[in-house]
Design a binder for this molecule. Structure first.
Ligand code: NAG
Ligand code: NAG
Ligand code: NAG
Ligand code: NAG
Ligand code: NAG
Ligand code: NAG
Ligand code: NAG
Ligand code: NAG
Ligand code: NAG
Length: 272
């Protein structure tokens, strides 16, 4: 296994050394990792920066803006807070709720079907906009926004409707009269502590801790490819997983170990 880890290091040390000159360009390019801000060493299924699109799975293109890593999911931009390639989880937060609860566009969080799903720590906050005044007495989680030159009253709820219908049915009736609503995901463990006394600052704090998404992008095919010495990628023509080997792309795995004479092989046997 250790020579697999060595490959990127050798690539860094040797750069475009002649030993690699004959190797497939895609194989070489997909050795690069995505590095931006706090995200370092990201590989398949992600592409972006030094990793061309074919090094990742569609829907996992990352970008780096002012050292802020970002991912676009179903047309919306999210800040990428973390990647856990063991649990295959990414940690993202909504960029439109960074400063306040008043986005210029109302949009729910929609996830790419079959590729991204929520994990067990998934919680949700419901934000209501354009709510009529006065709000029913006894409820305090309100805020105001000026959006597109329109002042509006908002209300947020940190429990789901089944809990709300048991504890505050009057509030549900009231909230149905608001003009818009947006559902923002957050870690359940970040929402729970603010249930007792929800303030706008606490809510923003919870939202900006992000939420986890579990990905599913032919990861087991990638495991097979990597253990055969290949770099994982995607064939845009066949729209299927591709294993980039030192000599040429293969469907699943490299048929022979990458170039027996390459320095990686000799060095790994030296070190291990
Ligand atoms: C990197 O992470 C640290 C600690 O979580 C945080 O304080 C800092 O703002 C992050 N930097 C960026 C560019 O996101
Ligand atoms: C997994 O994450 C670690 C730490 O960020 C990184 O060094 C490693 O290259 C990653 N592996 C893959 C396959 O992305
Ligand atoms: C604000 O105006 C823009 C441009 O007209 C529009 O696309 C957007 O939906 C408006 N936002 C809200 C919350 O009404
Ligand atoms: C968000 O989802 C809720 C529940 O499905 C829906 O009532 C609301 O209209 C949606 N908001 C937007 C902006 O699409
Ligand atoms: C709801 O939207 C309508 C139409 O845009 C507007 O006239 C009304 O004032 C809004 N209600 C509230 C409470 O903001
Ligand atoms: C609503 O939230 C409660 C408490 O967090 C949870 O036990 C319940 O499963 C949730 N119900 C739905 C329909 O999500
Ligand atoms: C997500 O990232 C934020 C910011 O780094 C961190 O505070 C939070 O604990 C992370 N959550 C998980 C489950 O990794
Ligand atoms: C590859 O991933 C796609 C999207 O998740 C899925 O439809 C397809 O069945 C996967 N192929 C294999 C061989 O796992
Ligand atoms: C994509 O698949 C086609 C058909 O199998 C093959 O000819 C081509 O070389 C492949 N390209 C890559 C980049 O894997």
């Amino acid at each position: 296994m250790s020579w697999l880890i060595l490959l990127p290091i050798i690539a860094l040390v040797c750069g475009s050394a002649p030993a690699f000159a004959d190797d497939d360009e895609r194989y070489l390019n997909c050795m690069n990792s995505f590095d931006c801000g706090n995200i370092t060493g990201a590989g398949y299924p992600f592409s972006g920066s030094d990793r061309p699109g074919y090094c990742g799975y569609p829907g996992f293109e990352l970008s780096c803006r002012n050292q802020d890593p970002e991912i676009t999911i179903m047309g919306s931009i999210y800040k990428l807070l973390g990647i856990n390639n063991q649990s295959r989880t990414l940690n993202v937060s909504r960029t439109d709720y960074t400063e306040n609860l008043c986005p210029t566009l109302f949009s729910n969080t929609s996830l790419t079907p079959n590729l991204l799903s929520s994990n067990s720590d998934h919680g949700e906050v419901s934000l209501y906009y354009g709510c009529p005044s006065p709000i029913p007495s006894g409820f305090s989680a309100q805020f105001t926004c000026n959006i597109n030159d329109t002042d509006m009253m908002g209300y947020f709820v940190t429990v789901n409707n089944s809990v709300l219908s048991m504890t505050a049915p009057i509030l549900i009736t009231y909230l149905t009269t608001c003009n818009n609503s947006v559902i923002v995901p957050a870690h359940q463990s970040a929402i729970l502590p603010i249930l007792g006394n929800p303030t706008i600052a606490q809510l923003l704090g919870a939202i900006n801790q992000g939420f986890d998404l579990v990905w599913s992008a032919n990861d087991s095919l990638c495991d097979t490819c990597k253990s055969s010495g290949g770099q994982c990628g995607y064939n845009q023509t066949t729209t299927a997983f591709s294993c980039f080997c030192a000599d040429q792309p293969q469907e699943f795995e490299c048929t022979e170990s990458p170039q027996a004479s390459s320095p990686s092989t000799s060095m790994s046997s030296f070190i291990s």
